[in-house]
Design a protein around this ligand. Sequence first.
Ligand code: GLA
Length: 412
Amino acid sequence: MLIIPYPIRMKKLFMIVVLINSINVYSQKFTNLALTSPMGWNSWNKFACNINEKIVREAADAMVASGMKDVGYRYIIIDDCWQDKRDSLGFIHPESARFPSGMKALADYIHSKGLKFGIYSDAGYHTCGGRIASRGHEFQDAITYAKWGVDYLKYDWCESDNLNGKGAYTTIRDALYAAGRPIVLGMCEWGQNSPWRWASNVGHLWRTTGDITNCFDCRVNHGSWNSWGVMKIIDSQDSLRKYAGPDHWNDPDMLEVGNGMSLNEDRAHFSIWCMSAAPLIAGNDLSKMSKETHNILTNQEVIAIDQDSLGIQGLRQRKDSLEIWYKPLKNGDWALCFLNRATKPTTFDYDWKKQMINDDVAKMELRFDKSHYTIRDLWAKRDIGLTDKILKVSLAGRDVLMVRLLKSAANK
Ligand code: GLA
């Protein structure tokens, strides 16, 4: 038997403890980067692979000039197709014809406007657009992003056939942490590995579905995959609400507001994303948006529902084509959203006294027999009465009435 002298055994033990501790130190997510759902702009929904430095700079300029920055939008995110090749040492470079100033200069420009810079990669060898991705280069890419001044990484899931989801996303999380720059990690594996069950200490947000498309209630078949309209996405989210919260959000994909749906549909889409505490990542051309699109994207009272610090994803009740959404808010207020999914208009009476909502996720109750609330219409931007009287609701097709119930004002 080999007898190890006592001091050597102690030294060994010490080394093991140091090793375990160092693993823990590098196996973390940067916390508190997304205490409310991230807000910003991403190039994909409008520009797909047709992006360049000019488009990105114009988006940053427009985010400031349009007042979007003032109401909370921060991230300017370049999605797929910026990548060119790796150099002989393995470092990734952007396509120089499209990004002649380079990513560091672009990041500096975005930062100089008081905004934050986001970029995209993928856990496989290639991205969904067929560009070089991060597999085998995770730590090296994280160092590159940190050097460029990246603040947000969207990390996709194409060519992931032999990858373990939890393993792949934990690797990039650890790589970002080791690189030392706080970077929001947006996981984009389309809900395939049920990230809501395991990723609250891995990413700050995770996609829960396949890609959105700019229609209200359709499915588009692309052969090997489908993209989904607003209602199709929303219909798959109910069971997930208990997993969302500050710093770890369900992400039903980026906004299609301003990309071709009708005004009512855009308003309904934005309202439901806000009732869901979803990330608000605009996907339209910010430099050319209509007044109507601008009014939707910058409605501060609606955004405040999304950004409420409790971070509760709203509860949905559905009866045929009518939905009512409930979202408890920080100071005892509630947000409600009546949604007409049908194309025809509808009217009905809503008798508050007959309602009682028990939210077993938020552990909160909403009832109207003991207290009244002031009803604030968040799109009309005016108070429309108290909850002591029946509310006559009138909804256009595919439209919403979104209200905030103000407790404090009514019970003074
Ligand atoms: C996937 C993602 C999209 C977008 C494209 C880019 O489909 O889900 O959001 O990033 O890849 O190729």
